[in-house]
Write a protein that binds this ligand. Structure first.
Ligand SMILES: [Zn+2]
Length: 481
C-alpha cells in the first residue's frame, strides 16, 4: 500500500512539475517574442511608414509586399512569391512540422483617400490613394508577430511551423479568396487582426459579399442627328439601377447593395455603345447573397430587354462568405489582450486625434480608446466583409482589433489614413503584434486548445453548405478594373 501511495504521489508531483514547467516555458516564449517586438520597434515603424507612403491599391502592392518580404527574409524566413497567380501574394515560412499556425497580413490601400499624416483633411500631392483601412499597420504588425514567434522557436521555446501569408487586394476580396481556391491555408489555426477605433477580441460574424461586374453593349450613333439609329448601353445601366433601387424595399434589412459605374460612355453626343457597372451585394448570410444575386441578374437581363441592348458579361470577381467566429480562439486572444493591455496614448497623440474628431457624428468623451472591450457571450454581427470569411469555413480563425486611430472615425476615412501614419498607429501595431504572437504561442503549446478550436469550427460549419458564386476554374484577376 505504501508503495502505491508513493507512486501516486510521484505521478502527481511529476504532472504538477510538468504543468509549471510548461507555464514557465510559455512565459519565457512570450517574453522572447515581446522583446523582439520592442527591440525592433524602429524597424517595424519604418516598414509601416514606407507602406503607408506607397499607398498601393489592390494587386499593385509591389513595393509594399517587397517591404514585408525583405524583412521576413532578413529574419530567416523562406518566402514563396507570386502564389495563386498573383504577383503580390506570398507565403513566408519558418520552422518545421506541425502544428502550423498561419498569420494573415494585408497591405492594400484605397483609391480616393489621399491624406497627409495631419490632423486636418489635407491631400497628399501627387498621390490619389491612402491607407483608409489601416492595412499598412495591419501587414507590418502581422509580419512582426511572425518574426517574434520565430525568435521563440529559435531558442527552442516553441515547436512547429509559422507561416505569414501576404494577402493582396483585400478591399476587393481577391487575395485570400483565390489563395484558398489554389489550395493554400492548410494550417491548424489562423490568426488575424485589424486596426480599429477600439481594442478587443473580435468574436463576430461579418457580412457575405459578391463582387460582380455587368457589361452592356448597344449601338453607337450621333446623339442629336440620328439617335433613332443608336441603342444606349448607358440606358441599360440606368434602368438596372432603377430596378435594383426598387428591389431594395423588399430585401432583408441586413442587405447592402452598392454600385459604381466604371464605364458610362465617352461624351454626350455619342450614344454610349459599351458600359459597365460594378456591384457589391452583401447580406449577413451567404445564402441571402445567393438569392439576391439571382434577383439582380434578372433585373440586368430585363434592363437589356427594355433598352434593346445586350447584356454581354456577368463577371463575378469575388465571392466572400461570412466569417465564422471561433469561441476558443476569441477567448485565447482576449486573455492575451488582458496580459498585454490596450495601447496607451500621450497627450500629444490625444490632441491630434481630438482634432480629427471635428465634424464626426456623436460625442466622444475620449479621442482615443485606451481600454479593452469586454468579450461578448454571443457572437456579434459586423457590417463589413472580408475575404478572411472563406478561410474561416475551413480553418479555425481568431481575430482581434486594436485601437490605432480616432475613436468614432468611420471606416475608409481620412482620419484613419492620418492616424496610421503617426505614432498612434505604431502603438496599435505593437500591441497587435504582441497579442498575435502570444496567442500563437498558447496554441503551439496546447494540443487541447487547438483541438477545441477545431471542434468549434466543426460545430458551426455542420449545418452549412459552402457554395461559391465564382465560376469553377476561374483564376485570380490580374487587375481590379
Ligand atoms: Zn481593412
Amino acid at each position: 500500500m505504501e508503495r502505491y501511495f508513493l507512486s501516486r504521489f510521484l505521478l502527481v508531483a511529476c504532472i504538477l512539475a510538468a504543468i509549471s514547467l510548461n507555464g514557465q516555458g510559455q512565459d519565457r516564449a512570450k517574453q522572447v517574442a515581446f522583446d523582439w517586438i520592442d527591440d525592433n520597434a524602429k524597424t517595424l515603424n519604418r516598414v509601416n511608414k514606407n507602406i503607408w507612403n506607397y499607398a498601393e491599391t489592390g494587386l499593385q502592392e509591389f513595393k509594399s509586399a517587397r517591404e514585408l518580404i525583405d524583412l521576413l527574409e532578413a529574419n530567416g524566413f523562406a518566402v514563396e512569391e507570386g502564389v495563386a497567380g498573383m504577383p503580390t501574394a506570398f507565403v513566408a515560412s519558418y520552422g518545421s512540422g506541425r502544428p502550423i499556425i498561419g498569420i494573415l497580413a494585408e497591405y492594400d490601400a484605397l483609391p480616393g483617400l489621399s491624406q497627409e499624416a495631419t490632423p486636418q483633411r489635407l491631400e497628399r500631392t501627387g498621390i490619389e490613394s491612402g491607407h483608409g483601412c489601416g492595412h499598412s499597420v495591419f501587414g507590418t504588425a502581422s509580419t512582426g508577430a511572425a518574426i517574434a514567434i520565430k525568435e521563440a522557436m529559435a531558442v527552442n521555446q516553441v515547436q512547429g511551423t509559422v507561416r505569414l501569408y501576404g494577402t493582396p487586394a483585400e478591399e476587393t476580396g481577391i487575395g485570400k479568396t483565390y489563395m484558398l481556391r489554389d489550395g493554400l491555408f492548410k494550417d491548424d489555426v489562423i490568426l488575424s487582426w485589424h486596426t480599429g477605433d477600439r481594442t478587443g477580441s473580435t468574436y463576430a460574424y461579418t457580412k457575405a459579399l459578391v463582387s460582380v461586374k455587368f457589361r452592356f453593349s448597344g449601338l453607337p450613333a450621333h446623339a442629336s442627328t440620328s439617335p433613332h439609329e443608336g441603342r444606349s448601353a448607358l440606358d441599360a445601366v440606368e434602368l438596372m439601377s432603377a430596378g435594383v433601387n426598387y428591389m431594395r424595399e423588399h430585401v432583408r434589412e441586413d442587405t447592402r447593395i452598392h454600385y459604381v459605374i466604371t464605364q458610362g460612355g465617352g461624351q454626350p453626343n455619342v450614344v454610349p455603345p459599351e458600359t459597365e457597372v460594378w456591384y457589391y451585394i452583401r447580406a449577413d448570410k451567404h445564402t441571402d447573397v445567393e438569392k439576391y444575386f439571382n434577383w439582380v441578374q434578372d433585373i440586368a437581363r430585363a434592363a437589356a430587354v427594355m433598352s434593346q441592348t445586350e447584356l454581354t458579361t456577368i463577371q463575378v470577381d469575388s465571392d466572400m462568405h461570412e466569417v465564422l467566429p471561433n469561441r476558443t480562439l476569441a477567448e485565447i486572444i482576449h486573455r492575451n489582450l488582458e496580459l498585454i493591455g490596450a495601447p496607451q496614448f500621450s497627450d500629444e497623440e490625444k490632441a491630434f486625434a481630438r482634432a480629427t474628431q471635428t465634424g464626426l457624428e456623436g460625442n466622444y468623451e475620449q479621442a482615443l480608446s485606451e481600454t479593452i472591450e469586454p468579450l461578448p457571450e454571443e457572437p456579434g454581427q459586423g457590417r463589413a466583409s472580408t475575404d478572411i470569411g472563406d478561410i474561416s469555413w475551413f480553418v479555425p480563425v481568431g481575430r482581434l482589433r486594436v485601437a490605432s486611430y480616432t475613436l468614432g472615425a468611420p471606416g475608409h476615412s481620412w482620419q484613419i489614413v492620418a492616424c496610421t501614419g503617426t505614432s498612434i498607429g505604431e502603438k496599435g501595431l505593437r500591441v497587435a503584434a504582441k497579442v498575435l504572437a502570444a496567442s500563437a504561442i498558447d496554441l503551439y503549446q496546447s494540443q487541447e486548445l487547438r483541438e477545441q478550436a477545431q471542434a468549434d469550427l466543426r460545430k458551426i460549419r455542420e449545418p452549412l453548405d459552402f457554395v461559391t458564386l465564382i465560376p469553377e476554374g476561374q483564376k485570380a484577376p490580374q487587375v481590379i478594373r
